[in-house]
Design a protein around this ligand. Structure first.
Ligand code: SAM
Length: 255
């Protein structure tokens, strides 16, 4: 990740997440995550600036956040120093977290991060190692069927009345990556990589890591959702995000 991107992204997310997170993605994530009993041990994978880690810690969870970005982990730690909630942050790849013990979490979540993580299969296996038997992994991603990075778009087709809006998807089955350019406030452009994997990829990697899929949501916009590019009714019909819950099966002799 290029210098400056993490700082900008962390600012954009602020204390509550940007509009897309606040009014669309996070409510879907929390619908599956639910209210966690006080003291629940939670891992936030790809935690960004830690705003959701803070939300959960504020409700009594014991939270550990992990992110690969120095800038985002520094932003998260700065918030923790300013207003301590007992959150531990690690600057590390989600694929290798040897500093965290086997079975030491009751729940893990990854909010819009798995599709940004190159070694996502290894990250899923690492979450399986870190969760206790019966622990839950809840994550949100771009919807693999309808939001295929640069290879999908809404296409309004003019007609006699209101235009009919189609979702065009030109690639799905083969995992691939795409580059994204983000204009930064200082005029530079930061480049990130996104990884598309089909739905069957997620199911297979979860099952092979020892999970059973137990929940699935396709978040719809809630009050306050606004977008300059996309009309609310388009994503009320065609969801652009997917939230999935998987439960760690009891360990066998081989763990
Ligand atoms: C779209 S952001 C989401 C951040 C945060 N969950 C949020 O909702 O604001 C994706 C995050 O994944 C992190 N990331 C990318 N690759 C990673 C890896 N291998 N291990 C841990 N985090 C990674 C990025 O640094 C970034 O913070």
């Amino acid at each position: 990740m290029e210098e400056g991107f993490g700082a900008w992204y962390g600012e954009k997310q602020g204390e509550t997440g940007d509009n897309w997170h606040r009014t669309l993605i996070d409510p879907g994530l929390f619908a599956l995550l639910g209210e966690l009993p006080r003291g629940t041990r939670v891992l936030d994978l790809g935690c960004g600036n830690g705003y959701l880690a803070r939300r959960l810690a504020g409700r009594g969870a014991r939270v550990v956040g992990v992110d690969l970005s120095d800038e985002l982990i520094e932003a998260a730690r700065a918030r923790e120093r300013a207003e301590p909630l007992g959150i531990d942050y690690h600057r590390a790849s989600a694929a290798a977290l040897p500093m965290l013990a086997d079975g030491s979490f009751d729940a893990a979540f990854a909010n819009m991060s798995l599709m940004d993580i190159a070694p996502a299969a290894a990250a899923v296996r690492e979450v399986a190692r870190l969760l206790r038997s019966g622990g839950r992994f809840v994550f949100s991603i771009s919807h693999p069927c309808f939001d295929v990075d640069r290879r999908s778009s809404f296409v309004p087709e003019p007609g006699p009345g209101a235009p009919t809006v189609y979702r065009k998807v030109t690639a799905y089955r083969v995992p691939h990556s795409d580059l994204y350019d983000w204009p930064l406030p200082d005029g530079r452009t930061a480049r990130t990589v996104g990884y598309h994997r089909p739905l069957s990829w997620y199911f297979r990697e979860l099952r092979d890591a020892g999970f059973v899929v137990t929940g699935l949501g396709e978040p719809a916009p809630t009050d306050g959702f606004v977008s300059r590019r996309i009309a609310r009714e388009w994503i009320e019909e065609i969801p652009l995000h997917l939230v999935l819950e998987a439960r760690r099966e009891p360990r066998t002799g081989r763990g």
